[in-house]
Design a protein around this ligand. Structure first.
Ligand code: SF4
Ligand code: SF4
Length: 362
């Protein structure tokens, strides 16, 4: 354990033992893509995510997060589920299990405690989504993966279904080389994106991305994107699903293997009908400890109305009907849209609103 290289390898082995499949080391420097991030913000691509410009300077400066930071231990935790749950809507893979913030933070804190037990003079700071720009750039520098045209970090052998986490340390370590690789002439993600959010390679206009529209956006979902949202209730995986680096091949069985992390196994999900009848306390309880809570009850019902409208299934009409008179104007308007969308493609007999059951019985 005497040399820097030995200590670095000890940390690597410990991190692997904690379940991190990808582990690398980089100097804690200003991210090489900091300028691109600032340009992306200046173009307005962050939409209403005001916290991004507000915290931009912290996100591109490791020493603003930890004074005296010298090194970054960068880890990747696979979240690809073995199978997708059978539901009448879709949720991005990363949100199917327990909230990743809690899982990764706990593991990185265990790692930090182990490091401090050996070297009490070392200070550390765990970053999980607190500085995503920094995390992705440091992950590239630490050799974990390279940037795909879909803006995800891609590991040539393991794909992109990874959460990233960073542990900043005030100690020098032996650093890995930046990852090599690239998309080549492929442009499957750009062609498959249903809203054209990948406006050019490596450029995501979040305002058009289903992930932003269904999670971060607190307003009405612009009408033009409601049909392309299809069955996505929370997030979207399309640009990762089509990526050749996530598709297992016989001769490269390592690609996108299922997660070994028990807490990322898909939780049981309510049906779309249940979502449309769930009140806020029931939603909070059902999604306790899940990343889905980020969209809040109101956001989930708003997306559920869009999904129901896109379903082509008249059995959702009575549930949609309940929201046509809701006090919340956004839910009311989405219900109106969903109602029109469903009825316009149904034969007249099916589209007539059904009377509430008590009146039918009376
Ligand atoms: S997550 Fe979906 S909507 Fe967003 S860029 Fe990827 S494919 Fe497009
Ligand atoms: S789908 Fe193709 S272009 Fe897009 S990230 Fe994957 S390899 Fe790159």
């Amino acid at each position: 354990m005497g040399t820097t290289a030995e200590f670095t390898e000890w940390i690597r082995a410990y991190a692997h033992a904690l379940g991190f499949e990808l582990v690398g080391f980089a100097p804690a420097v200003r991210p090489p893509h900091a300028e691109s991030f600032l340009l992306w913000l200046a173009r307005g691509y962050a939409g209403t995510m005001d916290y991004l410009p507000r915290t931009a300077q912290v996100r591109i400066a490791p020493t603003a997060l930890l004074e005296g930071a010298q090194s970054a231990v960068v880890v990747g935790l696979n979240y690809a589920p073995e199978t997708l749950p059978e539901t009448d809507y879709r949720i991005a893979r990363y949100a199917l299990g327990d909230d990743y913030h809690t899982v990764i933070r706990a593991k990185l804190e265990t790692l930090l405690n182990a490091i401090c037990a050996l070297k009490p003079e070392v200070q550390g700071r765990v970053c999980v989504d607190s500085a995503p720009v920094l995390e992705r750039d440091l992950a590239w520098l630490a050799g974990l993966g390279w940037y795909g045209k879909n803006t995800c970090l891609i590991n040539t052998h393991r794909g992109s279904y990874f959460f990233l986490g960073v542990l900043l340390l005030t100690i020098e370590l032996a650093y890995d080389s930046p990852a090599e690789g690239g998309c080549g002439t492929c442009r499957k993600c750009l062609d498959a994106c249903p809203t054209g959010a990948l406006v050019e390679p490596y450029q995501l206009d979040a305002r058009r991305c289903i992930s932003y529209l269904t999670i971060e956006n607190r307003d009405a979902i612009p009408q033009e994107w409601r049909r392309p949202i299809g069955e996505w209730l929370f997030g979207c995986d399309i640009c990762q699903e089509v990526c050749p680096f996530n598709r297992p091949r016989e001769h490269q069985p390592l690609r996108a293997v299922p997660t070994r992390e028990a807490r990322f196994r898909p939780r049981p999900l309510p049906s779309l009908s249940e979502l449309l009848t769930m009140d806020e306390p029931a939603f909070q309880e059902r999604f306790q400890g899940s990343a889905v809570r980020r969209a809040k009850w109101h956001g989930i019902v708003r997306s559920a109305l869009v999904v129901a409208g896109n379903s082509g299934n008249p059995r959702y009409l009575p549930l949609i009907e309940r929201y046509r008179h809701h006090p919340n104007p956004i839910l009311r308007e989405h219900a109106e849209w969903a109602y029109r969308r469903l009825t316009e493609c149904l034969p007249e007999a099916e589209s007539a609103p059904r009377p509430p059951s008590h009146r039918a019985e009376g």
